[in-house]
Design a protein around this ligand. Structure first.
Ligand SMILES: [Fe+2]
Ligand SMILES: [Fe+2]
Length: 471
């Protein structure tokens, strides 16, 4: 099925058949564009960017590349095709046909989940809006904008669900998505990680590696939902999300490679004077972004998450591949807990630990890229290794938020924390230094000194390709 781009709002959900919905979306569209022009990528209005746009939802059609003027990007509503045989895979309704409409008793829970997910999408666009000014290359600038337009589309995806299934409440929620702003003291974004500014490219790559990965796990759990339109929406979003994490992983990898080159050339680990980011500083940024993103999974034991699971509205990661009864009535799960001054494992009812299980999967997945970064370092013959901090480190949500720990998870006092936190998290000096490297490079084929060129290509185009045209 090819999407019709002559439509005002490209879609594969037949919005023409529903006049009320069509009117609501067409009323929201100019508000979205106002928001984009005001709080989307700064100074991007006249640029022509080599972007991927979905022209169909099948395997071959969703990655169509061409130059697009950013405000003319066609944000649309795309769901993966429906499967009329699909059945609910877990919880008390397991085995029933999936829902095409929302059962009244689950309306408010679903609404809360959709609003929370939706709010993160425009938030990240706002957080990243200044980065274009300091891009290390045109290739990177293009990737930034690709992510930005897709996060914008993810907002459309959630707003569609709100307007199509939640009536007046949903229309109000859709408007509020554009009224809350990242970092706004009066109307902040819902989740804390989305209120911090992404002010440099090291942070951007860490964000897309760690925070977009939280998105992957949340979307994958929602893709299991008994509410079929939500499931199909999230499945399509996940195909786009993969690219965001790719940008993060390869971005950090390229910084690490460049740092290793500078270490080798100059025979020192202290490469700041040669314009490189030392590995210790990269580790600090990693610590910071990992711990903030780990908070996004919420409390270790959660009755909300248990209710979502029981009712079938949010499952576990890869639910259908897990071999158990998918009810979790009498199974256990082991979580970490603080006993005295030691962190120990404890068996709890699995149904209460759905969040923690998701966090576990997230941490495992996060480690894969870290291993690849370490491989770069070991190939250069250096001993330094990056490490994911202990989940108890630097937390603001959950049981560990009450304690201070080292990155290895050892409990420490407030005064020890104060003495050592500058060794573990980016301090003002580190931030100032990283910021000082952020000078724009916009000539095709050129790249900033602190990062190496990519080895991969975008749609078979080489690094030297003119990914962004300035008119
Ligand atoms: Fe997203
Ligand atoms: Fe993303």
């Amino acid at each position: 099925m090819i999407l019709n781009y002559n439509e005002k709002i490209p879609n594969n959900v037949d919005i023409n058949d529903d006049r009320r919905l069509k009117r609501a979306l067409e009323r929201w569209q100019p508000e979205f564009l106002n928001w984009w022009n005001e709080l989307g990528p700064d100074n991007s209005k006249d640029l022509e960017v080599y972007l991927r746009t979905a022209i169909s939802v099948d395997k071959d059609g969703w990655a169509h590349f061409d130059y697009v003027k950013m405000p003319e990007y066609r944000w649309g509503i795309f769901l993966t095709p429906s499967d009329s045989e699909r059945r609910i895979g877990f919880g008390i309704h397991k085995g029933d046909p999936v829902w095409q409409e929302i059962p009244g008793e689950y309306r408010s829970d679903l609404r809360r989940l959709i609003v929370t997910q939706g709010d993160t999408e425009p938030a990240s666009v706002e957080q990243q809006r200044q980065l274009g000014k300091t891009c290390p290359s045109l290739y990177d600038l293009r990737n930034l904008f690709q992510i930005n337009v897709e996060e914008g589309r993810h907002l459309w995806a959630m707003v569609y669900l709100l307007q199509a299934y939640f009536g007046r409440d949903g229309r109000e929620d859709a408007e509020a998505m554009l009224e809350r702003h990242s970092g706004d003291p009066d109307k902040p974004r819902i989740l804390e990680a989305f209120n911090e500014e992404t002010s440099d490219w090291l942070s951007f790559f860490m964000f897309t590696y760690f925070t977009d990965r939280d998105g992957k796990f949340q979307l994958a759990s929602l893709a299991e939902s008994a509410f079929d339109p939500l499931s199909r929406t999230c499945r399509f979003m996940l195909t786009e999300e993969a690219h965001h994490m790719f940008v993060g992983e390869t971005g950090i990898g390229r910084i690490v490679r460049r740092s290793c080159e500078l270490m080798k050339e100059n025979n020192t680990e202290d490469i700041r004077e040669y314009g490189g980011i030392d590995l210790t500083t990269i580790q600090k940024y990693l610590n910071s972004h990992f711990s903030v993103s780990t908070d996004l999974f919420g409390q270790e034991l959660s009755t909300n998450a248990a209710n979502y699971y029981n009712s079938g509205i949010k499952g576990r990661f890869g639910e259908s591949k897990i071999e158990d009864d998918h009810l979790l009535h009498d199974s256990g799960y082991s979580i970490l807990e603080l006993l005295g001054d030691k962190i120990v494992t404890k068996e709890v009812p699995a149904i209460n630990a759905v969040n923690e299980r998701l966090r576990d999967e997230y941490i495992l997945d996060s480690n894969l890229g870290v291993r690849r970064w370490n491989k770069i370092i070991s190939d250069f013959g250096f001993d330094f290794r990056f490490m994911i901090p202990h989940r108890a480190f630097n937390r603001n949500i959950g049981q560990f938020s009450a304690y201070l720990t080292t990155p290895e998870g050892g409990i420490i006092s407030k005064s020890e924390w104060e003495n050592r936190k500058d060794d573990w998290l980016p301090n003002n000096n580190d931030k100032k230094f990283v910021q000082s490297l952020m000078q724009p490079v916009t000539e095709p084929g050129k790249i900033a000194n602190w990062i190496s060129p990519p080895s991969g290509k975008i749609n078979r185009q080489p690094f030297e390709f003119e990914y962004v045209r300035f008119n």
